[in-house]
Design a binder for this molecule. Structure first.
Ligand SMILES: [Zn+2]
Ligand SMILES: [Zn+2]
Length: 338
């Protein structure tokens, strides 16, 4: 079968590889759609930490269950996605049930080969049922689950102000999920086109350009209280550091994006607010199932995120274009055409 292999930074190549053989507790999925995201870009560019080459990328996947070994409510032909990070099951995080931040976690398309191929073998227990969903949408369960995990960590109360900074796909999904959780969403970014998406497509009431002294506006919107929750999806150091002073007293910050530098903040400002600071990594199976439910109930505007589509056999040539912000890309989806 064919796979698209990232041989080294900047180099993709189609290669014939062996088909996976069914082993104990595993399932084999025929890939139908692949979502492209920042992780893939960083891997391709060589800026993704913990990454070794050659590697098959792709972790936002939708497909059909071909065969599987083990119990479960699945049958051959089911449309599925899966939780693409595989925990060790025995480290301290796993023993606490926080398998999303397992010490030895292996992510498909990052630490081990992912889904830019015809067939993939994954543990049965990672499978997520997706029957009835459009495959394009099913491929986006993973990024929505990432955002859902951050929203769950924030434990949003009905009617509270939630500032989400960064209107990339993960931030946009966080805005939608936080809205479902009952938050009043304030969306912030520096790209006008993305702010327009928040306003016109997602129907977000408060949309702010971060480059235009946003503090006064945020203070005004919240009646002088400031937001009680801030979810950072920028992965931008300056933006993260600024958020500490835009938080309500008693509020909490969830850092969903990641960047490479150290961050610092004023201890007195942090202290006087009794700030709760959290990070959010990956997502749990229950969150994948919840996202599927929200998609089935049509609570999310997922299909509007898909601005670019291509075929697998053209992916090698089209990949750079799919991630260039100048093309107005929010989400690109690859259709398997083998
Ligand atoms: Zn992703
Ligand atoms: Zn573990």
């Amino acid at each position: 079968m064919k796979a698209l292999i990232c041989k080294e930074p900047g180099v993709f190549e189609y290669q014939d590889i062996d088909k996976p053989i069914l082993s104990e507790g595993q399932a084999i999925i025929k890939i139908e759609r692949i979502g492209i995201c920042g992780t893939d870009l960083h891997a391709f560019e060589g800026t993704q930490p913990f990454f070794s080459y050659p590697r098959i990328l792709g972790h936002e996947l939708a497909g059909e269950l071909v065969e599987f070994d083990g119990p479960g409510h699945f049958k051959k032909g089911d449309k599925v996605t899966f939780v693409p990070y595989f925990p060790c099951g025995s480290c301290i995080a796993c023993r606490m049930g926080k398998i999303n931040c397992c010490i030895n976690i292996r992510g498909a398309g990052v630490h081990i080969d992912g889904g830019m191929t015809e067939l993939i073998s994954v543990p049965v227990k990672s499978l997520v049922m997706g029957n009835g969903l459009d495959p394009d949408i099913l491929a986006l369960v993973e990024p929505f689950s990432i955002s859902t995990h951050a929203v769950n960590k924030a434990e949003i109360q009905k009617g509270e102000y939630v500032l989400v900074t960064g209107a990339g796909p993960i931030g946009l999904a966080a805005m939608e999920m936080a809205g479902i959780a009952g938050g009043r969403i304030i969306s912030m970014d520096v790209i006008e086109q993305r702010l327009a998406f928040c306003r016109d497509v997602l129907g977000i009431e408060y949309v702010i350009n971060a480059s235009k002294d946003p503090e006064e506006t945020i203070k005004e919107i919240t009646g002088g209280d400031w937001p009680t929750v801030i979810i950072d999806a920028t992965g931008n150091k300056d933006s993260i550091m600024k958020s500490f002073s835009m938080l309500a007293h008693g509020g909490r910050i969830v850092m969903l994006g990641i960047q490479r530098d150290e961050i610092c903040f004023s201890h007195p400002e942090f202290h006087k607010r009794e700030t709760t600071l959290m990070s959010s990594r990956n997502a749990l199976k229950t969150e994948f199932d919840y996202v599927v439910k929200c998609m089935r109930d049509k609570l999310l505007r997922v299909s509007s995120y898909i601005t670019h589509k291509t075929k697998f056999t053209r992916l090698k040539d089209e990949f750079p274009r799919l991630l260039d912000p100048a093309n107005g890309v929010i989400k690109a989806i690859v259709e398997m055409d083998l």
